[in-house]
Design a protein around this ligand. Structure first.
Ligand code: ATP
Ligand code: MG
Ligand code: FE
Length: 331
């Protein structure tokens, strides 16, 4: 089964071709980060325009690299949401036009399910499992009894982890996206600033990161007012430790209570070196699966991997209206 997948929900234009959800025949990701960096975050209108400008080129490159004939493609998959409406529409229109022109069936894939199924490209998912989804817009603990059976057992009450990283980075005068920079600088620093670990009620699987973000902002302002220097590396290390302490304690609690076999890490923040290391070292008794860096942040390979499983639960269509197209968070 050869699947061509398209992802354009935010600021990456990506097309990938996978065989049986695992063999990556080609994987092209065009990131717009250098453009949005100038504005300190993703500008939706600019993102849509850049998808329009590059989507055809990315399609062609993916097909050429895969070294296949278009007639060998069995299915087209495309991210149907959640994401930026203008960005999503470019990918959906390109995918449906391609499917229509070549008479292929098409299926719409939820972006967050895509992040979860990134794990299935290089590893086998083993149920019951717990997914820790940490991305730019989401922070969730998801219990899966089986394929395509999702139960959100915890989520953030305010900021997503990636969002907190990006805002803390901005406060410290670091570039966008903040995650990779804070991750790198944290390695050079020490956890010297006293920052809160917000765990909410004792047995809650929910998260809250806005208090931590405000604590960093207040500390930086107070130090600035007193004319004292902020040690940026130490602030990054302190913030990152606080985030990861909370993520790990909630993951442990949920894994224990739900008696899972496997824990999978998903989403852009899963690229965080310290989170990857610490979850391996500190969460014992479960198989831990973390995708390669390139499958953590937005990419089309994860959409193809999810589609390969999704077709066992949902019929792809030939009518070229992507079912369930939505910017909402529902799975
Ligand atoms: P969503 O998937 O929730 O719709 P998104 O697609 O914008 O949001 P992703 O591409 O999954 O988010 O992840 C991007 C986020 O990951 C950004 O907030 C970025 O700062 C963060 N990130 C990337 N690399 C790292 C890292 N090494 N450490 C921490 N955060 C990181
Ligand atoms: Mg992105
Ligand atoms: Fe994402």
């Amino acid at each position: 089964m050869i699947i061509l997948a398209v992802e354009s929900s935010c600021d990456e234009t990506s097309v990938a071709i996978l065989k049986d959800g695992k063999e990556v025949l080609s994987h092209v990701v065009l990131s717009q980060i250098d453009i949005h960096k100038l504005y300190g975050g993703v500008v939706p209108e600019i993102a849509s325009r850049n998808h329009v400008a590059h989507v055809t080129k990315v399609f062609n490159e993916a097909i050429t690299n895969a070294n296949i004939d278009i007639k060998d493609i069995d299915l087209v998959a495309v991210t149907k949401g959640p994401g930026l409406i203008g960005s999503l529409l470019v990918g959906i229109n390109a995918a449906t036009a391609f499917a229509f022109a070549h008479n292929k069936p098409i299926i719409g894939v939820n972006h967050l399910i895509g992040h979860i199924y990134a794990s299935s490209i290089e590893n086998e998912m083993k149920f019951p499992l717990l997914a820790l989804l940490v991305s730019g817009g989401h922070t969730e603990l998801i219990y899966m009894k089986d394929h395509f059976d999702f139960k959100i057992i915890g989520s953030t009450l305010d900021d997503a982890v990636g969002e907190a990283y990006d805002k803390v980075a901005r406060t410290l005068g670091l570039s966008y996206p903040g995650g990779p920079v804070v991750d790198r600088l944290a390695k050079e620093g020490k956890d010297t600033y006293d920052l809160p670990r917000v765990t909410l009620e004792k047995d809650s699987y929910d998260f809250s990161f806005s208090g931590l973000k405000s604590a960093v902002i207040n500390k930086v302002h107070n130090l600035n007012q007193k004319g004292e220097e902020v040690n940026i590396n130490d602030m990054c290390a302190s913030f990152q430790n606080s985030v990861i302490d909370v993520l790990i304690s909630k993951t442990k609690l949920a894994a224990e209570n739900f008696k899972v076999k496997q824990i999978i890490l998903a989403g852009g923040v899963a690229a965080n070196k310290s989170l990857r290391e610490r979850i391996f070292n500190e969460v014992e008794g479960y198989e831990i699966v973390i995708p390669s860096f390139k499958y953590c942040t937005d990419n089309a390979a994860m959409i193809a991997a999810a589609a390969f499983e999704q077709i066992k639960h949902e019929e792809p269509t030939h009518n070229y209206l992507v079912k369930g197209f939505s910017t909402k968070d529902e799975y």
